[in-house]
Design a protein around this ligand. Structure first.
Ligand SMILES: [Zn+2]
Length: 433
C-alpha cells in the first residue's frame, strides 16, 4: 500500500484506549470490556483520525507533518461532559460551609439556586463571559473536549435568553452544545403558581429554539410535575428541540417515565428512579446521566421529598443508582453537573474518580461512560467519543501509562496534552492561549 501523509502522528504510546463501540452507546456486558493496544500509534488527517494501529503499522503507512512522542504514556479519547450549568454569576461556597458543619447562623445563606438566580440576573455579560471562558480553559486542561451547557439561573425571559446568547458567543476550542433550562426550578415570584411559570417557559420556547439544541425540564418534587414537564417537552419537540430531563433527584416524580414518553436523549440524576422507570428509559433509548460529584459534595444534604415536605435524605447517598440503571439496560454516562451549588467541580477526572468509589464502578465502565456513552447521550456518538478512523481527533495524552491510574490517583490533574479536532489546545496540563 502506498504511504499516506498525515498531519499528525502520535507514537510511542504506552497504552492506547480506543473506547470503541456503537454510535448509540455501550450497554449490557460489553461495557465491562475496553479495547486497548500496547505500543500503539495513531494518525490524524484533516482533524479526523485516519488510522489507529501498532507503532510499526502507523510508521510504515504514514509520513507525518508533525510527530508527537507520547513518552510511553496513556492515550485516550477526549472526555465528553454531557451536563453543565456553565454560565452564571456568584459563588455559594459560604452556604456550603454552614451545611457541612451544621453550624447555626447561616439562615440568610439558605437561598440555594435562588441566590444564584439573583446574582445572574444582575450580572454583566462581560463578567459572565470571562468566567465561563476561564472555566472552559480549566475543563480542557482536565481533558474535556465536548461540553453540554444549560441555562437555568435566569428563570425569567430576558435573562434565560441572555444566557443562551452568551453561551453562543463563547469562542473556545471545546464544542459547546447549548440547552435551554427555563424549567430548572420555579422562581421565587411563582412559588404559589407554578403553572403560570410553566406558561411563561412555553412562551420562551420559540426564541430559545433559535439558540438551543435541547430543552431540559426538571421533573422532580422540587422542580415541576410530570404533567407540567410534558406540556413544556411537547412544545419544545414541536419546535425541533431535543429533550433532556433533570429527573427524580430528590424523590420519584416519575421522571424516568416522562423521559421515555418524550423520547428524551437523557434523564439525569435518577437517584429515585424506579426499576420500571429505568426499564422504560432503556426501551425508549433514553440515556441515564449520573453525577458522582454531586453525591460526593452533597451526600445527605440533598434533601429527600417526603409527605411532610423536604427532609434530610434517609440514605446519605445512593451507590446502587448506577447498577440499577445498568441492570435495566440503559446507556449510562457520567458528567460533572458543573454548577455553583451542588457540584462546583470542572473536572471529569474528579467525576471518574468519585464514580469508582461511590458507585462501585469498574475502570472500563467509567471510561465508556465518560467518552462514547456521554457523546451518544448528546447525539454525537457517530463522530466522537472514541478513537476510531473517521472520528474527530479529540485526543488526550496523559502523564500516566495506564487507564486505571487516571481513576485511582485522585486529586491532581493527570492530563499532559489535549487535541481537539487535531489541534493542540492543552500542553503540559495547561490550556494554550
Ligand atoms: Zn444540573
Amino acid at each position: 500500500m502506498a504511504r499516506q501523509t498525515a498531519d499528525l502522528v502520535i507514537e510511542n504510546i504506552g497504552e492506547l484506549v480506543t473506547c470503541a463501540g456503537p454510535a448509540d452507546g455501550i450497554c449490557g456486558d460489553a461495557i465491562r470490556t475496553l479495547e486497548t493496544f500496547t505500543g500503539g500509534a495513531l494518525a490524524v488527517t484533516g482533524g479526523v483520525i485516519a488510522a489507529v494501529g501498532t507503532g510499526e503499522e502507523i510508521s510504515n503507512g504514514f509520513d507525518a507533518r508533525e510527530r508527537v512522542d507520547a513518552g510511553g504514556n496513556l492515550v485516550t479519547p477526549g472526555l465528553v461532559d454531557p451536563h453543565s450549568h456553565l454560565v452564571y454569576a456568584g459563588s455559594r461556597h459560604d452556604e456550603w460551609e454552614f451545611k457541612v458543619t451544621g453550624r447555626e447562623g447561616g439562615a440568610d445563606l439558605q437561598g440555594g439556586i435562588h441566590r444564584s438566580v439573583g446574582w445572574t440576573r444582575a450580572a454583566a455579560d462581560d463578567d459572565m463571559r470571562a468566567q465561563a471562558l476561564a472555566d472552559l480553559d480549566e475543563m480542557a486542561a482536565h481533558g474535556t473536549t465536548t461540553l453540554e451547557a444549560k441555562t437555568g439561573y435566569g428563570l425569567e425571559r430576558e435573562t434565560e435568553l441572555r444566557l443562551l446568547r452568551l453561551t453562543a458567543s463563547l469562542e473556545h476550542p471545546i464544542e459547546i452544545i447549548p440547552t435551554f433550562l427555563g424549567a430548572h426550578v420555579p422562581p421565587r415570584e411563582f412559588l404559589d403558581d407554578t403553572d403560570a411559570y410553566v406558561d411563561l417557559v412555553i412562551d420562551m420556547l420559540p426564541a430559545a429554539a433559535e439558540l438551543a439544541e435541547y430543552c431540559d425540564v426538571c421533573c422532580d418534587p422540587i422542580g415541576f410535575s410530570r404533567d407540567q414537564c410534558r406540556r413544556i417537552g411537547e412544545q419544545a419537540k414541536a419546535l425541533g428541540l431535543g429533550i433532556r430531563v433533570h429527573s427524580d433527584q430528590t424523590g420519584d416524580a416519575e421522571g424516568g417515565f416522562l423521559s421515555a414518553e418524550l423520547g428524551a436523549a437523557s434523564a439525569d440524576h435518577a437517584d429515585y428512579t424506579t426499576e420500571a422507570g429505568f426499564q422504560a428509559m432503556a426501551a425508549a433509548g433514553t440515556a441515564a446521566i449520573l453525577f458522582p460529584g454531586v453525591t460526593y459534595h452533597m451526600m445527605e444534604m440533598v434533601p429527600a421529598f417526603t409527605e411532610g415536605g423536604l427532609a434530610p435524605a434517609e440514605k446519605p447517598f445512593m451507590p446502587e443508582v448506577a447498577r440499577r440503571a445498568l441492570d435495566a439496560g440503559c446507556v449510562v454516562a457520567l458528567s460533572t453537573d458543573y454548577n455553583p451549588g451542588s457540584c462546583p467541580t470542572l473536572s471529569m477526572q474528579a467525576t471518574m474518580q468519585t464514580a469508582a468509589r461511590l458507585f462501585r464502578l469498574g475502570y472500563a465502565e467509567i471510561w465508556h461512560m465518560s467518552t462514547l456513552n456521554a457523546a451518544a447521550s448528546l447525539g454525537r456518538g457517530h463522530d466522537r467519543g472514541s478513537l476510531e478512523p473517521g472520528k474527530r481527533a479529540d485526543i488526550v495524552i496523559w502523564r500516566v501509562p495506564e487507564h486505571g491510574m487516571v481513576i485511582h490517583r485522585f486529586g491532581t490533574n493527570l492530563v499532559d496534552t489535549v487535541f481537539i479536532g487535531g489541534e493542540k489546545v492543552v500542553a503540559e496540563g495547561r490550556a494554550l492561549a
